[in-house]
Ligand binder design. Structure first.
Ligand code: ADP
Length: 352
């Protein structure tokens, strides 16, 4: 690139110089001949004309030679200056391709080259973020899979070695661990689906109140089985533009959490009501509650409050992450209020 620019500059300047020199030589020679013809008796002093022409030719040759050297030097530096940012960008792009995503291009001024540098820097930081997210996800998934797999393996080994009898309780404990793995994989699939660029919402007019009543139906048996009372309530015009499948997913995640974290004898109120310009879904329970310090983190991927204790509830720590992503995709709000020992209320607001 740099060599091509230098050669182009040098060649252009040399051609201009050559043409100028030829024109000057030709014009001077032509006019001196005319002068000789016009001025009678001038022919005798043709030595003067000869020396004049020689002097002119020498000066032109020296000037041209000097100019060519100057042009070569200037072309070299101009071309070097112009191609430097491009060379820098090429090197940076090569490093990025090799996995060195922390490289950045120095951007000065506000021309097109600078814009290109800024775009490359943005590309690098996006790639860096994705790479970090990928590493964290892989580490988290490995961590989440390790414990249930180790438990299942050790139980099966103990049964094989005759240390444990395959009692129905042990077998159902094993099945629960396997169920947990299945839920985790399902949640991960959903999360991947939501984070993919192809993720789109299929919006239509949805009555959230009706959707709540319909989606609560299959959960009623589990509430009765656990001895938790489920109250459903809907008020006002609760129609919004939303993707019904995704909203059903949010409702399911919040209601199943409420059931999971509410002991027998407790109560869950799930309601949908109209507010000015929006519709709110509220899922309130009288369960174990969440400490204030943990409220900020429960929407983070894989976050579970007091993890060891919550293993008995069988959660993957992804349900709320999915709910939040779906609410964000609808440009809505999701928030939580909770008091340990008294209960928790999750709210989702979707705008009309
Ligand atoms: P999980 O599958 O573990 O329930 P979530 O992402 O749905 O994952 O929830 C994250 C954590 O937030 C849970 O592990 C639990 O500690 C806490 N949590 C969620 N909902 C409730 C609730 N209704 N009551 C108490 N704690 C809750």
């Amino acid at each position: 690139m740099f060599r091509r620019l230098a050669i182009s500059f040098g060649a252009a300047a040399s051609i201009i110089l050559l043409i100028a020199s030829l024109v000057i030589i030709y014009e001077v020679h032509y006019h001196l001949m005319m002068f000789e013809e016009d001025v009678k008796g001038f022919g005798e002093s043709s030595a003067l004309v000869h020396h004049f022409e020689q002097a002119l030719l020498s000066s032109i040759i020296w000037t041209a030679a000097g100019s060519l050297i100057l042009v070569a030097v200037i072309s070299y530096f101009v071309a070097k200056n112009l191609s430097r940012p491009l060379v820098q960008m090429r090197k940076a792009a090569e490093k990025m391709a090799g996995g060195e995503l922390e490289v950045r291009i120095e951007t000065i001024g506000n021309d097109e080259l600078n814009d290109l540098g800024t775009s490359l820097n943005e590309l690098a930081s996006q790639l860096q973020k994705q790479e970090e997210a990928r590493k964290t996800l892989t580490a988290d998934v490995a961590h989440e899979l390790r414990t249930p797999l180790a438990t299942v393996k050790s139980h099966i080994e103990a049964i094989e070695d005759g240390i444990f009898d395959p009692t129905p309780e042990r077998m159902s404990g094993l099945r629960e661990e396997i169920d947990r793995l299945i839920y985790l994989v399902q949640d991960l699939e959903q999360l991947t689906d939501m984070e993919s660029p192809q993720f789109t919402l299929k919006k239509e007019s949805v009555n959230l109140g009706e959707l709540l009543l319909k989606n609560a139906e299959p959960l009623k048996a589990s509430f009765t089985q656990k001895g938790v009372l489920l109250n459903l309530n809907t008020q006002g015009n609760t129609v919004v533009e939303a993707d019904p499948k995704r909203i059903a997913q949010i409702m399911f995640n919040l209601m199943s959490n409420a059931l999971k974290y509410t002991p027998s004898g407790g109560r869950v109120n799930a309601e949908v009501f109209e507010e000015i310009g929006s519709v709110v879904l509220a899922v309130k329970d009288t369960g174990i509650g969440i400490k204030e310090a943990e409220l900020d983190r429960i929407f983070d991927r894989f976050y579970r409050t007091e993890k060891s204790r919550n293993r008995e509830y069988g959660g993957s720590g992804i349900g709320l992450t999915i709910a939040k992503k779906l609410v964000d995709a609808h440009c809505g709000d999701i928030w939580v209020e909770s008091k340990p020992g008294y209960g928790t209320a999750f709210y989702v607001r979707l705008y009309k």
